[in-house]
Design a protein around this ligand. Sequence first.
Ligand SMILES: Nc1nc(=O)c2c([nH]1)NC[C@@H]1CN(c3ccc(C(=O)N[C@@H](CCC(=O)O)C(=O)O)cc3)CN21
Ligand SMILES: CC(C)C(=O)C(=O)O
Ligand SMILES: [Mg+2]
Length: 264
Amino acid sequence: MRNTVSDIWKLYKSGEKIACVTAYDSTSALLADRAGVDLLLVGDSLGMTVLGHETTVPVSLEDCLRHSAAVVRGSEKALVVADMPFMSYHGSSHEALKNASRFMQESLASSVKIEGGEEVAELVKLMVQGGVPVMGHIGLLPQAVLVKGGYKVRGRSKEDEEQLLKDALALQEAGAFAIVMECVKDDAAQRIVSALDIPIIGIGSGLACDGQVQVMHDVLGLDPRFTPRHARKYLNLAEQIEGAFGQYKDDVKSSSFPSNENWY
Ligand SMILES: Nc1nc(=O)c2c([nH]1)NC[C@@H]1CN(c3ccc(C(=O)N[C@@H](CCC(=O)O)C(=O)O)cc3)CN21
Ligand SMILES: CC(C)C(=O)C(=O)O
Ligand SMILES: [Mg+2]
């Protein structure tokens, strides 16, 4: 039986850390699921990691729906959270709710995630009332990269720390089942985690968080172009894959592939 928000709360209440990684396709979802990862996030980071965009801004609703469906098909146990992409929850609450329901009904995701704090709390409340489990996302908000002028660590000033705490409390009050907290300075992060009664899943926000989320490509060392400081590379897949492709290419060129067990 697939994890529900209750299973995630059980982990939180027992003090067991929640392990979350992004997934974008059914094969990697299957592997992370078998490894026992609690929660799979179909991040709109797929725009950068999979589709080759420079930011997550060009990612469409259709992109996210298709990849979410693939992750659901590949996994059995993990709770699947689908990121709602840029501007898919800003027009009107009517449109936002309609878009959220497509993740639940077409992709069969178990929940959605939206970026923002106080400003999206009312919308979170409406989604939860409609039966959509919602994960919040505070701190560094990649969808705001163009208005912020870059990716900046949050919680460096006292005012910013207060705002982040207000945002977290507003999301909790609105009924979010958990919150991703991205790139928030460690002391601000600790304060927010202590003040909240729902799991805070950190990325680049220190050890106090109730769980951690990382981008799959960063964990696997799959993208030779970029790895943020907050990631730990458990493999250097980029190097291994490039090596394997090179050997394959050489074998084709030299006619050492295929051999008789490879033909019919
Ligand atoms: N592969 C990948 N991993 C991610 O974690 C990730 C994505 N892509 N794409 C979407 C967002 C963007 N993220 C980012 C992007 C840049 C920084 C970055 O440049 N950080 C600086 C610190 C900046 C500061 O000090 O204010 C660093 O040095 O790592 C961090 C997170 C996190 N997300
Ligand atoms: C980095 C995580 C939290 C995310 O939102 C994504 O992968 O899109
Ligand atoms: Mg995202």
